[in-house]
Design a protein around this ligand. Structure first.
Ligand SMILES: [Zn+2]
Length: 362
C-alpha cells in the first residue's frame, strides 16, 4: 500500500456500534434474558426504534435484519458460558483491524472456517447476516439514523484528496466531483470473516482494478491456500495507519530497447526493508509486480521518454535536468500523474544510458 487513508469519522460509524450492542448486550446475554423481544433493546433507543420499525414492517430487508437478529439470539441462548466467551474474543479480534494487520499474537481472529463445526447452524446464520448486512445498510430505517454510503464516500473523499488509489498508486479514484463512486473493499473479506462487515476500519475505497480485478476475495491476513504449503498468518498494511509508509520502488531494465520491452526484462524492488512482510503481502494481494511491469511496457512509459526527447530538442534539457525536474515533481506531489513511478522508470532508463542516447540524437 503506497499511502494510508485518513480515517473519517461519520454517522455511518453508528452501524458498527449497533452491531456491537446487538452482539454484546443482546446475543451474548441471551442465555439469561428469556424470550426474544423488543425490550432487549431498551438501553439503545435509536436501535430500538429501528427494530420496532422492522417488527411492524413486512419489507424483506426489515425481515432480513429482524429475522437474523432473532434467530441468532435463539442460537446464542443455547450456548454455554465458555462458548460465549470465545465468541466475544472473536468478535473483538475481528474488529481490531489494526492488530489483525500487524499480526499481533494476542488477537483472536476467526474466519467462518475456524469456528468449530458444532456451531454449524450458528455459523450459517452469522454468515448470512454479516455477508448481507453491508448490502442492506441502505434501507430507509437505517438511513435516517446513520446516513448513506454515498454520503460517507463524499465526506471521505473530501478529506482523502490524493486522487489516486492507495493500493496501486496508478489509477484515478472517483471523487467529490463525480456522481458515481468507487466500491468499498472489505479489507478482511466479508465472505470469510464474521462481525466486521460494516466496520469502517475494515472498509476501504479502492479502484476497480485493485478491488475487483485483483484482490477480489483474497485474504490479506493469510498466505494463499496452496496444497504444497501450510497456510499461515502474515502482516499486511493497515489502511488507516498514522503517517506515511514511505514505500520506495526501484526498477531495473535488462535491455535498452523500450519499444520491445517485455515484462521479463524488468526487475522491481521495493523498500524499506523493515516493511518487507507487509510489502510482500501487498504485492501478492494486488498483483503489483504484474501491473507495474505492464506499466513499464505501456504507452505512458514511452510518453515519459518522448517528453524528454521533446524537452531536449526544444530547450536543450539534459538527462540531469530532466531527472531534477521529475524529482521536484515527486517532492511537490508523489502521486499526481504517477510521478513516483515515472521517477523510478526514468531512473532505470538513465541507468541504461537511454537518456544519453536520446540526447545525442539516437
Ligand atoms: Zn488501485
Amino acid at each position: 500500500m503506497l499511502f494510508p487513508y485518513k480515517y473519517v469519522p461519520h454517522t455511518m460509524d453508528r452501524m458498527q456500534r449497533f452491531i456491537n450492542f446487538i452482539f454484546n448486550e443482546v446475543w451474548c446475554k441471551a442465555p439469561k434474558s428469556g424470550a426474544f423481544r423488543l425490550e432487549l433493546f431498551d438501553s439503545n433507543p435509536d436501535l430500538k426504534e429501528v427494530m420496532t420499525t422492522f417488527y411492524y414492517s413486512d419489507n424483506k430487508n426489515a425481515d432480513f435484519f429482524y429475522g437474523h437478529i432473532e434467530r441468532i439470539y435463539g442460537l446464542f441462548a443455547e450456548l454455554p458460558r465458555t462458548d460465549i466467551r470465545q465468541f466475544k474474543r472473536w468478535h473483538q479480534g475481528n474488529n481490531d483491524i489494526l492488530k489483525v494487520c500487524a499480526n499481533d499474537p494476542t488477537t483472536h481472529i476467526a474466519r467462518y472456517e475456524d469456528i468449530p463445526l458444532k456451531h454449524k447452524i450458528l455459523i450459517k446464520q452469522l454468515n448470512s447476516f454479516f455477508t448481507g448486512l453491508y448490502d442492506n445498510v441502505g434501507i430507509a430505517a437505517f438511513k435516517n439514523k446513520v446516513g448513506s454510503l454515498d454520503e460517507h464516500y463524499k465526506a471521505f473523499m473530501g478529506i482523502n484528496t490524493i486522487g489516486k488509489c492507495p493500493f496501486c498508486g496508478i489509477t484515478d479514484m472517483l471523487g467529490v466531483y463525480h456522481t458515481a463512486r468507487e466500491a468499498y473493499d472489505h479489507y478482511l473479506p466479508k465472505t470469510y470473516y464474521p462481525f466486521n462487515s460494516i466496520n469502517f476500519h475494515n472498509l476501504v475505497p479502492a479502484c476497480h482494478y485493485c478491488n475487483s480485478s485483483y484482490k477480489s476475495s483474497k485474504d490479506p491476513a493469510f498466505t494463499p491456500k496452496d496444497p504444497a504449503r501450510a497456510v499461515h498468518r502474515r502482516k499486511v498494511f493497515y489502511p488507516y495507519a498514522n503517517g506515511d509508509y514511505g514505500i520506495n520502488v526501484t526498477i531495473r531494465l535488462s535491455k535498452p530497447d523500450i519499444d520491445r520491452l517485455q515484462p521479463n526484462d524488468i526487475l522491481l524492488t521495493f523498500g524499506p526493508p523493515e516493511l518487507n512482510e507487509e510489502i510482500e503481502t501487498w504485492k501478492d494481494v494486488y498483483s503489483i509486480d504484474e501491473r507495474y511491469k505492464a506499466k513499464c511496457c505501456s504507452g505512458d512509459a514511452k510518453a515519459w521518454l518522448e517528453e524528454f526527447r521533446i524537452l531536449n530538442r526544444a530547450y536543450g534539457a539534459s538527462p540531469g535536468s530532466f531527472r531534477n525536474t521529475i524529482d521536484d515533481q515527486v517532492v511537490n506531489n508523489r502521486f499526481a500523474n504517477q510521478n513516483f513511478f515515472k521517477k523510478a522508470f526514468i531512473e532505470s532508463c538513465d541507468h541504461l544510458g537511454i537518456l544519453d542516447a536520446i540526447a545525442s540524437g539516437a
